[in-house]
Design a binder for this molecule. Sequence first.
Ligand SMILES: [Zn+2]
Length: 68
Amino acid sequence: MAWFSAPREARTTLDCPECGKPLDIRRTCHEAYMQCSSCRKSFKLAPFIPRMDKVMEEFLERLYADRV
Ligand SMILES: [Zn+2]
């Protein structure tokens, strides 16, 4: 199963809207979301898409590639 070849989380260069610390991109079985590495708040992915960095891009590419 290719599912296990992709990481479940990655550190991005985006800032937490609450505290300004780096956000991680994480995933569940169903979806990806952002979570702060410091305050642990989680955020929907959509508002961050326009500011997507390379880490997010590659994470999502792998996520969707796994589903094929
Ligand atoms: Zn935070």
